[in-house]
Design a protein around this ligand. Sequence first.
Ligand SMILES: CC(C)(COP(=O)(O)OP(=O)(O)OC[C@H]1O[C@@H](n2cnc3c(N)ncnc32)[C@H](O)[C@@H]1OP(=O)(O)O)[C@@H](O)C(=O)NCCC(=O)NCCS
Length: 158
Amino acid sequence: MTVTLRQGRPEDLGAIVRLEEAAFAGDRFSRRQLWHLLNRAHALTLVAEDEHGALLGYGLLLFRRGSSRVRLYSFCVHPTARGGGIGRRLLEALEAVARERGGERLELEVRVDNRVALGLYRRAGFRLRRWLDDYYADGCAGWQMEKTLVAPCEGRVV
Ligand SMILES: CC(C)(COP(=O)(O)OP(=O)(O)OC[C@H]1O[C@@H](n2cnc3c(N)ncnc32)[C@H](O)[C@@H]1OP(=O)(O)O)[C@@H](O)C(=O)NCCC(=O)NCCS
């Protein structure tokens, strides 16, 4: 399977709604919320699609005017496509886009019981920042995590 990453478009709305339904048990974005996010100037979506144009995953970044902090607001891979490296590729591409657009810090929230996502984020260099009590609709707590984004050439000893 060939997986391509590209920027999301308003016409991806239906496929992203279906992806959210398949990927998350609760706390999903509604079609209406996703429509606004896909059409919002301060949001950027990256999607992963297969060679037939089927959406396998997506991630959404929120930028704040006048701020170098970027929020990873939604991020998922279709259950049938997990474990093959798509999540990791998407995350790396989202970090790169955030950095290219002037982001210096990437923040996200994750359920404390989401072992796979927590492991992925930690190995990608995110650190735990704040415990979020009763953060999700079912009462589950969350972790706020953050990563300092460093340009590829920074920090290299020459
Ligand atoms: C989290 C998620 C996006 C990861 O996507 P993915 O395509 O399966 O991720 P990858 O295949 O790139 O694997 C990422 C890492 O997790 C590990 N992993 C993946 N599935 C795993 C599993 N079932 N058990 C243990 N480890 C697993 C991989 O080994 C990999 O490890 P690495 O970082 O050392 O390479 C996906 O599981 C998902 O959509 N989950 C539901 C939605 C969600 O939780 N989103 C995040 C909200 S904060």
